[in-house]
Design a protein around this ligand. Structure first.
Ligand SMILES: Nc1ncnc2c1ncn2[C@@H]1O[C@H](COP(=O)(O)OP(=O)(O)OP(=O)(O)O)[C@@H](O)[C@H]1O
Length: 359
């Protein structure tokens, strides 16, 4: 396993193993735990030699983990990567932009299928991320708890009896957990119902973010919904509350899709097949248009209008057509207009491949 493997394919192996529960609407589930070591200052306050000690201590422990498949985690030091390699890892959601900027004493430990990513010396000493196909909050929490228990046997966490796990940012104190689902909600957007639902979600103590997390805009009708509160409730209750809200949203998105298909089937077919045709034929494609068209095609696949194309196309092409990946394939820096040409070519190529594999 090498760096090349992690940055050459847009779609992580964990995404490829078939659809997950409710994956017509929930693309993936993520659990993130923030943890710190008791004996060292938090990363923002740690002098370089202490940051290095944190990195060496934690990386040594995580290297000895054996996952269910018998595989181990691979360490990538930020120092050893060039800026585009880091950008690609950010585009794949495997590291944060913050870690990418922090070259000294920052690292990530990745499982071969990329479902486990542990950032070291990010905002906290340890940020453990686990990703799952579809809607799997309870399964995700179970697995993260196992990873956390295993780590806690080796590393003494900064923990306070009253406040729970101590973290750099006060918004993470307590459980240190963010549980989230990435949802594709085109019908709720089209019927303008999401504008009504979003404020209600906020009132329930949940956050809605775009595809690239905090501060990112919603693109391609993809919305990440996660817990805001980390204090005062056990992890299981936080996850149960989130599950309840997500289940409701799934129901409403399905009802909106059904209603649109009943009332405006021709309009829906036109929208889906028009985007499909444009993606298969364009010579210039801006990223905003690409994400919108890809969302239409994914909806077409989920409504069974488009057959023989994998539902993963949305996740894959959204990542593959980001600037870092495009640069990686071009093997040179690209201007924005050159990127648009390459993006269109890549999408056409990928669509052609899907067609061939269906024949
Ligand atoms: N359910 C999910 N499936 C796939 N990727 C996700 C999911 N949830 C979040 N992500 C990705 O994880 C990255 C981090 O997200 P975000 O900034 O929201 O979380 P965080 O780092 O845990 O946040 P914070 O530091 O604000 O607590 C982003 O790239 C985001 O798109």
């Amino acid at each position: 396993m090498s760096l090349q493997r992690f940055i050459s394919e847009a779609i992580s192996p964990w995404m490829k193993s078939g659809p997950g529960p409710d994956s017509d609407i929930v693309l993936s589930t993520r659990i993130r735990l923030a943890r710190n070591m008791e004996q060292y200052p938090f990363p923002v306050f740690a002098p370089p030699e202490m940051a290095e000690a944190v990195l060496n201590d934690t990386a040594a422990e995580f290297s000895s983990i054996r996952l269910q498949t018998g595989s181990s985690l691979e360490r990538l030091n930020m120092d050893d990567l060039n800026s585009n390699e880091k950008r690609v890892l950010v585009e794949k959601h495997l590291i944060s932009p913050y870690l990418a900027e922090r070259s000294q004493s920052g690292a990530v430990m990745l499982s071969p299928d990329e479902s486990v990513s542990i950032m070291l010396n990010e905002e906290d000493h340890i940020r453990m991320q686990t990703l799952f196909r579809g809607f799997q909050l309870s399964e995700g929490l179970d697995f993260s708890n196992k990873l956390d228990d295993w780590t806690e046997e080796k590393i003494t966490y900064a923990f306070d009896e009253k406040r729970g796990y101590l973290t750099s940012c006060p918004t993470n104190v307590g459980t240190g957990m963010r549980a989230s689902v990435m949802m594709h909600l085109p019908a709720l957007v089209m019927t303008r119902q999401l504008n009504r639902i979003l404020p209600a979600i906020h009132q329930l103590g949940l956050v809605v973010r775009g595809i690239y997390g905090e501060g990112s805009e919603a693109q391609g009708n993809l919305f990440q919904i996660s817990n805001q509160m980390t204090l005062g409730k056990p992890e299981e209750d936080i996850v149960e509350d989130l599950k309840g809200v997500v289940t409701q949203i799934i129901r409403q998105e399905r009802m909106a899709r059904d209603a649109l298909m009943r009332s405006s089937r021709t309009y829906m077919e036109d929208k889906v097949f028009r985007s499909f045709g444009i993606l298969k034929n364009s010579r210039i494609m801006e990223s905003k248009e690409a994400t919108e068209r890809l969302s239409d095609v994914r909806l077409g696949i989920d409504l069974d209008l488009i057959k023989g194309i994998s539902g993963n196309i949305l996740n894959e092409l959204m990542i593959l057509t980001q600037p870092g990946f495009l640069r990686q394939y071009a093997e040179k820096e690209l201007r924005a207009d050159e990127r648009d040409v390459r993006r269109a070519a890549l999408i056409r190529e990928r669509m052609e491949l899907e067609k061939q594999s269906d024949e």
